[in-house]
Write a protein that binds this ligand. Structure first.
Ligand SMILES: NC(=O)c1ccc[n+]([C@@H]2O[C@H](COP(=O)([O-])OP(=O)(O)OC[C@H]3O[C@@H](n4cnc5c(N)ncnc54)[C@H](OP(=O)(O)O)[C@@H]3O)[C@@H](O)[C@H]2O)c1
Length: 323
């Protein structure tokens, strides 16, 4: 019988449990997808802890790879047997098989393996929209990027290198610094040892950077603002350390700064745009500019361990559940 990770109450990793579930035939517009690999993303922790509210009991996860087993009426986006992946849609990706709206599914090119796709969908598409849509980088810029050795981070390092951007990346340990540099991060700041603002000023001749990509949130907000040059942009794209509250007067005082808090869903629609974004991400892999495979794999029933490792900063790169 199919299995899925569910939770009945918000809380720590221990609220996640594996249970047997019924998965019926797909209805109109739906496809049944058998998963081969499931991505673990920090956003899953926000749902599990209640930072992002969801009706309970709930499944978890929105990013996985698999094969279409069956389609319902009125499905034109995919066919039975297609290898597919997705990064939006209802919670419930932590499962071995499930129903999904066919319109969220992206067909995978032969050259993209299931494991690479599991590292690429949410994380690669995030790098795409941050660097190509939220703050379009031309090449030649110097940027500050927090959590450079993370799942999105290691793809961002490679993307920045590929387009000629000087990336200053923050990481918490020397080991993570070496990994970020090996992926193309130009300069690393080890936050447990270095003063981020001083290092950024040194590396930019006292100017500061034009843009900071800050997925860490609460703990890094002030450093991020202090690393920007006048009229620079803070892209606050995550809250790994907790939510961000900004006094807008600070934006004026620190140099008429710009602040945006982007969410993927507003950069991925309509479906034709999502498919073009995915094509661009796949092309980065097919040209050899970006390589990604999971750094950490777990069985589906070990989702709690995967969360524990991710939220306690023990991971680098992508974590993937194997059903
Ligand atoms: N806005 C969007 O559309 C969007 C889409 C995708 C992802 N995101 C965000 O991007 C970020 C990266 O996601 P990911 O799945 O790739 O995770 P990740 O970067 O692999 O993991 C989070 C990293 O953040 C750093 N961190 C700093 N302080 C932390 C703290 N107090 N607790 C936990 N981690 C802390 C850690 O790196 P160090 O130990 O090196 O500091 C940790 O490894 C997340 O914030 C996520 O929500 C946003």
């Amino acid at each position: 019988m199919p299995q899925a990770v569910v939770f009945d109450r918000v809380g720590g990793p221990e609220v996640l449990r594996l249970q047997q579930v019924e998965v019926g035939a797909p209805g109109p517009g739906q496809a049944r997808v058998r998963h081969s690999a499931i991505a673990v993303n920090f956003i899953d922790i926000y749902f599990r802890t209640g930072l992002y509210p969801t009706p309970l009991p709930s499944g978890l996860g929105s990013d996985a790879v698999g094969v279409v087993e069956a389609i319902g009426p009125d499905v034109s986006e995919v066919a039975v047997g297609d290898r597919v992946a997705y990064l939006v849609g209802p919670q419930g990706a932590y499962s071995d098989v499930r129903l999904l709206p066919a319109q969220v599914l992206i067909r995978l090119p032969d050259a993209i393996s299931d494991l690479t796709a599991a590292c690429l969908m949410m994380k690669g598409m995030t790098a795409q929209y941050l660097f190509r849509q939220v703050f379009p980088l031309q090449g030649g810029e110097t940027i500050l990027y927090h959590a450079a050795a993370g799942g999105v981070g290691l793809i961002a390092c490679q993307w920045a290198r590929a387009i000629g951007v000087t990336m200053i990346g923050t990481v918490s340990t020397e080991e993570k610094a070496a990994i970020a540099q090996a992926h193309g991060c130009t300069h690393t700041i080890v936050t447990s040892r270095d003063n981020t603002v001083e290092r950024v000023k040194e590396l930019t001749g006292g100017q500061g950077v034009a843009v900071v990509f800050d997925s860490v949130g609460k703990d890094t907000l002030q450093d991020s603002l202090n690393c920007l040059r006048p009229r620079g942009t803070l892209v606050s794209n995550g809250t790994s350390s907790g939510p961000v509250l900004v006094d807008t007067m600070q934006l004026a005082a620190k140099g008429s700064l710009w602040l945006t808090r982007p969410a993927m869903m507003h950069y991925i629609m309509p479906r034709s745009h999502m498919l073009s974004m995915a094509d661009e991400v796949f092309a980065m892999v097919q040209s050899g500019k970006i390589r990604c495979l999971p750094s950490h794999t777990y069985a589906l029933g070990e989702a709690a361990q995967a969360h524990q490792a991710l939220e306690s900063r023990q991971t680098t790169g992508a974590s993937v559940l194997l059903p």
